[in-house]
Design a protein around this ligand. Structure first.
Ligand code: TEU
Ligand code: CA
Length: 558
């Protein structure tokens, strides 16, 4: 495998709206991010991904872009962004932006022109079809946020357009070379500004199954999940390679693909040496227990399930490339609330989960607040939820017969708002995020769970994450931590997650996934303990006695 400049880095996702508000309007902004660059440096982040800050009506929190070349005034100005890129660079941090090109906003001028003249140039930028009341739709696919993927084209009684996501997110027609050229021009314009690269949104969806057709319904609404068409659609790799050649390769840019529904044979073309992305996220944990029926139908995920899922991903990619390992992002609940059983949601458990994920082979991607062990929030009423996806899933749960209280509990478990509450800087009002009223209330636990408190305490979750990042950059360990082969140890043993990292040194990572002490047989002699989330362990008869939720990184004799 060819070595790349970004392999040894640690990446960090910022959700700008909820990171730091500089002007008291309750919305996080770019000057806020700039004011925290020293913090990011101190933590050890090398690559920072900003969720969208382009002009947007914020129907889907910025994933609905109305102008790819402008910053939304709520987030700041282009000057702020230029300053952010420059000041980050001065601290050795590369800025990565979100590339959202499966769709744009219905308020983008392309879509407005398409509505004005569906048969003209811009009509071809979208999927527009003739349709008359009473006729069947071109296909029965259910949009990701509920309802049909088809809606009436504004201003036309007899035309409809396609949107796989919200109706304010019309899909762009990637079959059209004219559209593709516009997109590549835009990407290069940004890379010329000095971006380190992009996180690429929902990208598998750019290839549609044409001609459109129905699939068997999977819910009472008569519609089917979009995954059905993604399984059949062929040729996304060709589009992605063209994009990479026209843009990313020319700049040696870093790209992280948000890829769901990939096919095994596509892996080398996606993240191999000449792949169209640098890396893609490992969503195997998030896909566990997934149900097409909806969130209400998903059983809680266990740590043992998670272990097998990530080991599976490691196996599939060992000879191919680098995955980006995540526990959470802006679309997911907080990792500690999702993966840890209630009795494990303590600081030891949070460090255990963080350490096990961070030490996998691949690029560690932290999500803002993860380094503090931020947790899910509880809501009293669905009206407190902002996220469109959660509101849809609430309805789905009610329709399936759950009571409002049960449906709300489901939403609390999965809601994207869990990740979107303000970053908890300190115990001052609104967690120190804003001097005004935050657009989404802070998690009330900020009074005890916050950065200022964790900074003061040597055994905090935050200090533990810092130690993990330092280990990854330490020249003594980097070769092994970054490139070392991952080899599971005692893989079939429930309640234990253990693996070797074998490089120029041999590390053994051990995690006790249970709230009881357990003896873990050791494969050899320990040379030293590099990291421990508790305070040591004893060895009896060649086995390490691991305390509940204990996590250790050991150097072993070869
Ligand atoms: O998410 C893509 C995606 O597939 C979503 O359906 C995701 O599974 C869902 O949000 C879970 O509730 C990306 C972005 O990360 C997300 O924030 C956007 O809403 C979406 O694309 C549309 O741009
Ligand atoms: Ca602001």
């Amino acid at each position: 495998m060819e070595r790349k400049w970004w392999h040894g880095k640690t990446a960090y996702q910022i959700y700008p709206k909820s990171f730091m508000d500089s002007n008291g309007d309750g919305i996080g902004d770019l000057p806020g991010v700039i004011s925290k660059l020293d913090y990011l440096r101190e933590l050890g982040a090398d690559i920072v991904w900003l969720s969208p800050i382009y002009c947007s009506p914020l129907a889907d929190q910025g994933y609905d872009i109305s102008d790819y070349f402008a910053i939304d005034p709520r987030f700041g100005t282009m000057e702020d962004l230029d300053r952010l890129i420059a000041e980050a660079k001065a601290r050795g941090i590369g800025v990565v932006m979100d590339l959202v090109v499966n769709h744009c906003s219905d308020e983008h001028e392309w879509f407005k022109k398409a509505c004005a003249d569906p048969d003209g140039r811009y009509g071809q930028f979208f999927y527009i079809r003739d349709w008359h009341e009473g006729e069947p739709l071109p296909c029965n696919w259910r949009s990701y946020f509920g309802g049909s993927v088809w809606d009436k084209l504004p201003g036309h009684e007899d035309k409809i357009y396609l949107h796989l996501f919200h109706k304010k997110q019309p899909d762009l027609n990637w079959e059209n070379p004219d559209l593709r050229r516009e997109i590549y021009r835009m990407i290069n314009w940004w890379l010329d500004k000095g971006l380190a690269g992009f996180r690429i949104d929902a990208i598998i969806n750019i290839k549609k199954l044409l001609p459109f057709r129905d699939f068997p319904a999977d819910r009472a609404d008569g519609m089917c999940s979009i995954s059905r068409m993604l399984e059949e659609a062929k040729g996304v790799g060709d589009l992605l390679h063209e994009m990479a050649e026209e843009t990313f390769y020319r700049y040696d840019a870093f790209t992280a693909g948000e890829v769901f529904n990939d096919k095994p044979e596509e892996l080398p073309r996606f993240i191999g040496d000449t792949g169209c992305f640098s890396t893609m996220f490992d969503f195997s944990g998030h896909l566990l227990n997934h149900s097409e029926r909806g969130w209400y139908d998903q059983a809680p995920v266990t740590l043992d399930q998670w272990k097998h899922a990530v080991f599976g991903s490691q196996r599939r990619t060992a000879e191919v490339g680098f995955l980006s390992n995540i526990l959470e992002n802006h679309d997911e609940p907080r990792g500690v609330s999702y993966y840890l059983p209630p009795e494990g949601r303590c600081e030891a458990g949070k460090k255990l989960l963080g350490g096990l994920s961070f030490m996998l082979r691949g690029l560690p991607f932290l999500y803002q607040g993860q380094e503090l062990g931020m947790e899910n929030v509880r809501h009293r009423d669905i009206s407190e939820i902002d996220d469109i996806s959660s509101r849809d899933q609430y309805k789905v749960a009610l329709e399936a017969g759950l009571s409002p209280a049960e449906a709300l509990a489901v939403v609390d478990r999965f809601s994207r708002d869990n990740a979107r509450t303000p970053f908890q800087w300190d115990d001052s009002p609104n967690a120190g995020f804003t001097a005004g009223t935050p657009w989404l209330p802070a998690n009330p636990n900020y009074r005890t769970l916050n950065l200022a408190e964790q900074r003061r305490r040597p055994d905090s979750v935050w200090r533990f994450y810092r130690a993990l990042i330092e280990l990854r950059r330490d020249p003594v360990w980097a070769e092994t931590v970054v490139y070392g082969r991952l080899e599971p140890w005692l893989e079939e043993r429930d309640g234990l997650m253990a693996y070797f990292r074998r490089g120029d040194r041999t590390l053994l990572v051990l995690g006790n996934l249970r709230g009881e002490t357990q003896a873990c047989p050791l494969p050899g002699k320990i040379r030293q303990t590099l990291l421990d989330n508790l305070s040591g362990f004893s060895v009896e008869n060649g086995a390490a006695l691991l305390a509940p939720w204990q996590f250790v990184i050991l150097e072993m004799e070869d």
